[in-house]
Design a protein around this ligand. Structure first.
Ligand code: G6P
Length: 615
């Protein structure tokens, strides 16, 4: 979603800001802009469209400055126009602001500012804040105060309802940038004689190895060689500077034609990373120290709630499948956005788990906070070291999958599923799962990267299948048990990047509605890798063929679908525990090749954002 970068130092700011915006492009956006400050002049350029459009504008009219702020906007309030792009400048020309998040009471703020003579050029909520800060600067701060800009921002933010990550400049403060956050991530990069600000460490473009994570309710006054942080209540905060592991954060395509392609094909390595150091010496269970819970505490847990959004929510459904199967305790999977408002009944032996690749999805973060507010132990599975969710959870497991840039999640999904299998195994071995059953799951986990490597070799066949079906308007995905979440994920992947309408269903539910869609123009993808229900799935396949539907079977029992399915993607027979991960690979490849065939931008699908940081 929206991205922020800021720079204050001794070098030419514009190229650094543009480079930062390019690194944040993957998050999804529709316009870009920057503001540079030099000799009391604020130079603002903003354009709808790609960062490249802004970059050529900047190159054609260069403006030298050693400080500036920049932004990629994902429209919420107001359409995609140059005027609605950030930065926003207060109507008195003093304040430049970039903002991520949503100001819920912006209409009241706007009316208030208008009553004080401030005017508006955009339809955004953010411009209201720029004017409110300008108002406080002018009328509510002492002109001789050294911290006048900081004070103006602090006082203005006290009137804001909603969420924000902001970076602010004033044309009267050549040597200061203000940054603040509530509910929208913001990180300060510490360099030599320079500071950077970004909504995601990638925005630093590898320029800072040390970072300060701004917490909610904190405001920073940043100069090139100093950073001071206060709370909204004006109390100073001790700085905590962290090192960044760029190896984990680096994102380059490494020879692939898109990030999505790279991320699909690097899954064998990603799965190895998720397992590394997490198998016990006796090889019958997993070792998960990150959970920060003793075996005794874990044994007391008699219900687990998983919360997430999007693809991570599908990973949670597999967590439910594993935990109910192996640990034999009830699990519920909640959309984080529902959980945070529904006041679900929880009791003291309930454990809450949130799952988030980015570690910044606002609804997932708020679900975590809601659970913590109620005093529950809340754990997280996340891919982003240092993300807000990783910092605020009581414990958890990192995926170590490497940065995922493609908007449609692939490697993060399989890695989340694998980690939830490790959790299930760990808890099951504390209860009733035998040594030999545990050992067979561990053996299967160890063999998983190799199986995935082999299934990836089916790419040329799946590419051909994709060509055949790429121009259909609808798709059905059917699966049962551990393959039902795959049906949902297959449908989601396809619609996200190829814009084909697709639905996922438990196979037996087909007869309760979706079968009405079946016709030559609506192909069905059926998962059939669970031995005991293969005959049922074959019946479903027959029902589809009887209605002239085209059928693609993803199965480890290809002989059951010969003469029935139009196309068969044959999978190896693997242990039931790892089967859902192995069977995910074909649907990722199918969606990927269909999107390519249709000429879609797989890494930046329309309207979507990588990290959804507004409600
Ligand atoms: C967005 C992304 C999805 C992702 C979801 C949850 O919708 O486009 O790919 O699954 O957010 O993201 P998270 O970072 O919390 O896993």
């Amino acid at each position: 979603m929206c991205g922020i970068t800021g720079y204050i130092g001794t070098r030419n700011a514009a190229p650094i800001l543009i480079e930062g915006l390019c690194k944040l492009e993957y998050r999804g956006y529709d316009s870009a802009g920057l503001a540079l400050l030099h000799n009391g002049v604020l130079d603002v350029k903003k354009k709808k469209g790609r960062v490249a459009v802004l970059a050529s504008e900047v190159q054609s009219k260069p403006f030298y400055a050693t400080m500036g702020i920049s932004h990629t906007r994902w429209a919420t309030h107001g359409g995609v126009t140059d005027a609605n792009a950030h930065p926003h400048i207060s109507s008195d020309g003093n304040i430049a602001l970039v903002h991520n998040g949503i100001i819920e009471n912006y209409e009241n703020i706007r009316k208030f500012c208008e009553s004080k003579g401030y005017t508006f050029k955009s339809q955004t909520d953010s411009e209201a804040l720029a004017n409110l800060i300008a108002y406080h600067y002018e009328y509510r701060t002492n002109k001789d105060t050294k911290n006048r800009l900081l004070e103006a921002v602090r006082k203005a933010l006290a009137h804001v309802e909603g969420t924000y990550g902001i970076a602010v400049l004033s044309k009267f403060h050549e040597d200061e940038m203000i940054a603040a956050r509530k509910g929208s991530p913001l990180i300060i990069g510490v360099g030599k004689d320079e500071h950077l600000v970004a909504s995601d460490v990638l925005g630093f473009a590898g320029r800072a190895n040390r970072v300060i994570y701004l917490e909610d309710g904190q405001i920073a006054s940043i100069t090139k060689d100093n950073c001071e942080i206060i709370t909204m209540g004006n109390k100073p905060i001790d700085l905590v500077v962290n090192d960044i592991d760029w190896e984990l954060e680096t994102a380059d395509m490494g020879g692939a034609s898109s990030f999505m392609e790279k991320e699909i094909f690097e899954q064998p390595k990603v799965l190895e990373n998720a397992i590394r150091g997490r198998i016990s010496d006796d090889s019958s269970t997993s070792v998960l120290n990150g959970l920060n819970m003793t075996p005794n505490e874990l044994r007391q847990v008699d219900r687990i709630i998983f919360c997430a959004c999007g693809t991570a929510w599908h990973a949670c459904m597999l967590a439910e499948y594993y935990i109910e199967k192996y640990v034999r305790i009830p699990v519920e999977v909640e959309y984080a956005s529902e959980f945070r408002y529904k006041n679900a009944p929880l009791d003291k032996s309930t454990l809450v788990f949130v799952v988030s690749q980015s570690g910044e999805t606002i609804d997932t973060l708020e679900a975590l906070r809601e659970s913590k507010r109620k005093g529950f132990k809340t754990l997280a599975i996340t891919n982003s070291v240092g993300s807000t969710i990783s910092r605020e959870s009581d414990g958890g497991l990192y995926q170590y999958a490497g940065k995922e840039v493609g908007v449609a999640s692939t490697k993060a999904f399989t890695s989340q599923v694998l980690i939830s299998l490790l959790v299930a195994l760990y808890m099951a071995r504390m209860r009733d799962l035998s040594f030999s059953a545990g050992k067979s799951i561990v053996d299967s986990i160890i063999s998983l990267p190799e199986h995935v490597k082999n299934v990836l070799k089916l790419a040329p066949q799946i590419k051909q299948i994709a060509k055949k079906y790429a121009y259909k308007h609808d798709f059905l995905f059917l699966g049962r048990l551990g393959e039902f979440p795959l049906a949902l994920e297959g449908a989601l992947k396809l619609k996200e990047i190829s814009y084909i309408h697709a639905e996922g269903y438990p196979a037996a539910e087909m007869k309760h509605g979706p079968i009405a869609l079946v016709c030559p123009e609506c192909p069905t993808v059926i998962f059939a890798n669970t031995e005991e229900i293969i005959p049922k799935l074959v019946s479903n396949a027959q029902e589809i063929k009887a209605r002239k539907g085209q059928l693609i079977a993803i199965t480890d029992t290809p002989e059951s679908f010969e003469g029935l399915a139009d196309d068969i993607i044959a999978l190896p027979k693997v242990h039931e525990a790892i089967m859902p991960i192995v069977a995910t690979i074909p649907i990722q490849l199918l969606a990927y090749y269909v999107a390519l065939e249709r000429g879609c931008d797989v890494d930046k699908p329309r309207n979507l954002a990588k990290a959804v940081t507004v409600e």
